[in-house]
Design a protein around this ligand. Structure first.
Ligand SMILES: [Zn+2]
Length: 96
C-alpha cells in the first residue's frame, strides 16, 4: 500500500499493509507487512517509518518478539536448512 500523505510524509514501501496514512504526528511509526504464521510463531517484515525529512529505517524481521536484521534472518535460514538436511539424512552412521 502506497501513501504519499498530505503533508509530504515519506511513502510506505510496497509490502506495508498498515491502513493508516503516514502523516506527520500519525501513530503509524513502523511499516509492517502481513504476518506469516508458523505454528505458534508470527513473523513479519517491519521498518521504522520515515518522515518528509528522514528516510525509513532499514527493514528487519520480527519472529515473535525477536528482531533480526535481514542479514541475521538469512543466516538463520541457512542454519535451519543445514539442521533440517542433517535431520533428514536416512543413512545411519557406520557402527550405529
Ligand atoms: Zn507503511
Amino acid at each position: 500500500m502506497t501513501s504519499t500523505g498530505e503533508r509530504g510524509a515519506a511513502p510506505c514501501p510496497t509490502w506495508c499493509v498498515r491502513s493508516q496514512p503516514l502523516e506527520a504526528g500519525d501513530a503509524h511509526r513502523v511499516h509492517s507487512s502481513a504476518s506469516l504464521r508458523v505454528g505458534p510463531m508470527l513473523m513479519r517484515l517491519c521498518a521504522a517509518a520515515g518522515t518528509s525529512t528522514s528516510v525509513s529505517g532499514p527493514p528487519f524481521i520480527l519472529v515473535g518478539h525477536q528482531r533480526y536484521t535481514l542479514y541475521e534472518a538469512e543466516a538463520l535460514i541457512d542454519a535451519l536448512v543445514q539442521l533440517v538436511d542433517s535431520g533428514l539424512e536416512v543413512t545411519p552412521r557406520e557402527g550405529a
